[in-house]
Ligand binder design. Sequence first.
Ligand code: SAM
Length: 473
Amino acid sequence: MYDVTSKCADDFINHEEILETLAYADENCRNIKMIDALIEKAKLRKGLSHRESSVLLACDIPEKNEEIFRLAEQIKKDFYGNRIVMFAPLYLSNYCVNGCTYCPYHLKNKHIARKQLTQEDIRREVIALQDMGHKRLALEAGEDPVRNTMEYYLECIKTIYSIKHKNGAIRRVNINIAATTVDNYRLLKEAGIGTYILFQETYHKESYLALHPTGPKHDYNYHTEAMDRAMEGGIDDVGLGVLFGLDKYRYEFAGLLMHAEHLEAAVGVGPHTISVPRLKRADDIDPDQFDNGIDDDIFAKLVACIRISVPYTGMIISTRESQKTRERVLHLGISQISGASRTSVGGYCEPEPEDEKSEQFDVSDTRTLDEVVRWLMEMDYIPSFCTACYREGRTGDRFMSLCKSGQIQNCCHPNALMTLKEYLMDYASPATKAIGDKLIEREVLNVPNPKARAVVLENLRLIEQDNRRDFRF
Ligand code: SAM
């Protein structure tokens, strides 16, 4: 039985409810009266239910789709302005005991090089990341209870936060590791992680069981209920995601929104972010062997529908996507992107030798961080290296209240400008710096509160003239 507040995955991601939702969407996808009413409802910026959004996702009327895209763009502007938060993944280990059929880390893959970073390796990698200008990392690892222990992760996090190289610092560490226990989530929280990220891969239980035939990840319910445990352990910023390409995208979309509704209903806080990865070619993995790949048009529609359904949830797109695809969807609702990523275990400090490749998947956007930052600014986005919310305790529902209070423009906007200024001073090429300085000059005028604006101007001066760093609201 579908029960949004139940703690059991089979109830809050109820298969029958998803099938009924898809049938309802099929029935109504050309019902103009209903579609108009749903678009009007979405304009209130309070989101839509999984049933409502599924109707819009299924709608194939070009003019209505245009309206959906326009609304997504407007909501993105209202909630996130033109800021795009930057991050990089750091792969700690690709040892894995699972049998995931789409992932090159699967246990039976004998030709991928297996590696685990030592604390000394981490130091070198983090210095390389700091020297690019990164301030925010997403730690990634395979699941191996013997090698990749919680003690190992905690030590890695401590090492990363301790490294201060020149003006560099990693100020927020997010982590994407296998589902674990409430006690372990509590330890991660105490270690100072930002967001706990775990992709569902697929919400379709039967497919999930087939795609994860062996290893601890085979347990669908344990995996799907991980965010409830994470929140019980005190982590209130959690990141959801589906690996698009594994099962039918409309099923996944409904499941994803049901998961968000469940967290809101059962714990009182929705997901902090949603990621939208698509399956990629990788060592031992041919994406063409999976039948459910989605094209760029559907991908854009998914991003737009997620944006209008959960306006307060950040949306992340990685370097799995090309510059062209990223350009197409950024304005539809993306708030965070990675740049200059390596999906190998190590590889930031120096490239991996050809015969020792450990990558998780092929990266499509291979530009440097400087190029990505310049590209964003040329499109009038503000690349932001801000990590203030979590460091000021604005996580979970406190972050949501900031969004709802309309104070974002007096808070996030200045933080974006000040952290961009740091980046320009410390890491940017002269061409990037020239564009950035002009952008900051223009954008500072968009801080509505005159007092806040004066503080920002003074801080920008201190960053430039006194080499001061880490100002935040
Ligand atoms: N071990 C963790 C777990 O059990 O969830 C996850 C960490 S894994 C390094 C990060 C994510 O990469 C996975 O959750 C999966 O969605 C994604 N991934 C795996 N294989 C992929 C592929 N071939 N193409 C794109 N993304 C992939």
